[in-house]
Design a binder for this molecule. Structure first.
Ligand code: SF4
Length: 66
């Protein structure tokens, strides 16, 4: 799967980074960036947690085509 953050919606709160710092990074930016793409299937649970905890619903999962 791929994970995307919509920079127009993201608040830069850092919740996703605190849940999955190996996938999301805030750094000096005002919005989160995804630093792991594609994201392996075994990390789906933590990605879904970030999706559900994001206060702005800025994180989307793009499923692989098969
Ligand atoms: S949790 Fe959502 S709003 Fe907060 S930094 Fe991550 S993507 Fe942005």
């Amino acid at each position: 799967m791929k994970v995307v953050v919509d920079p127009d919606i993201c608040l830069g709160c850092g919740v996703c980074e605190s849940i999955a710092p190996n996938i999301f990074i805030l750094g000096d930016e005002v919005y989160a960036k995804v630093i792991m793409n594609p994201v392996p299937e075994q990390l789906r649970d933590v990605v879904e947690e970030a999706v559900s905890e994001c206060p702005e619903e800025a994180i989307s999962i793009i499923e692989d085509e098969d």
